[in-house]
Design a binder for this molecule. Structure first.
Ligand code: ADP
Ligand code: MG
Length: 229
């Protein structure tokens, strides 16, 4: 495992986002600000429709804000051209989704290596790191298995390993335990936090689960387009 990276930082300043509707625009995020450093973990909670997914999309650089700024390790991703942004996102941000988003035709190790494919063929170091990560998620004897041959919890663990492969600054998790039973969810939560802490990444989780939210260092609620502690 790599050393913790104390330089990891996320600064969000006065972020606003609205969506056009038939009458006046729907203002979802309103001057939202947030500052996090490596090792921080935050649960973002709030009722359905409060803007959690919108915020995660913007932090993941998959959608643009109307105004305000996002800085990841001192870089404003929205100032990068499309190609540089894709590379930046691949390096700096790991995504963990509720329904894992593994590719069904690829094996466990191939799925974990997906982030390296953007740069061409995986290097020897990539392979070693993927193997180490798969060891740390307890699936060393399943390297050649397909997602369909794994349980839900095992698939989610593979998704976590994939999100960490590039040693990202930011891990964004949208209901990562949403499809799992309580015991499996607890094990996946513990693993996610353990690996995030070991890498010194910033972890932001959107969840309705109290158990998952309580496992984070901070809980912030999205209320009227802003985060309140
Ligand atoms: P949450 O994830 O907290 O449930 P979302 O971020 O998905 O909330 O949505 C916040 C609000 O913005 C909702 O009212 C939703 O209908 C609206 N919204 C989200 N995406 C779009 C879009 N692409 N176009 C129009 N409205 C949207
Ligand atoms: Mg949502």
């Amino acid at each position: 495992m790599n050393d913790p990276q104390p330089n990891n930082e996320l600064t969000v300043t006065d972020l606003s986002k609205s969506f056009p509707t038939a009458d006046e625009p729907l203002q979802v995020l309103k001057n939202l600000s947030l500052e996090l450093n490596g090792g921080d973990s935050v649960a973002i909670v709030g009722p359905s429709g409060s803007g959690k997914s919108t915020l995660l999309q913007i932090l993941g650089t998959l959608d643009h804000p109307d105004s305000g700024q996002v800085m990841i390790d001192g870089v404003d991703p929205f100032k990068l051209d499309e190609k540089k942004l894709a590379a930046f996102r691949n390096q700096k941000i790991g995504f963990v989704f509720q329904d894992h988003h593994l590719l069904p035709q690829l094996t466990v190790i191939e799925n974990v290596l997906i982030p390296t494919i953007a740069d061409g063929k995986p290097s020897k170091d990539d392979l070693q790191r993927a193997t180490e990560l798969i060891h740390s998620i307890g699936l060393s004897d399943r390297l050649g298995h397909l997602p369909s041959e794994l349980s839900g919890g095992e698939r989610e663990r593979v998704a976590i390993a994939r999100s960490l492969l590039m040693n990202p600054t930011l891990i964004l998790a949208d209901e990562p335990t949403g499809n799992l039973d309580r015991t499996t969810a607890d094990a996946v939560t513990e693993l996610l936090i353990e690996l995030q802490q070991a890498q010194g990444a910033i972890l932001i989780t959107v969840t309705h689960s109290d158990a998952l939210a309580n496992a984070m260092k901070r809980r912030l609620e999205l209320v009227d387009g802003q985060l309140v502690g």
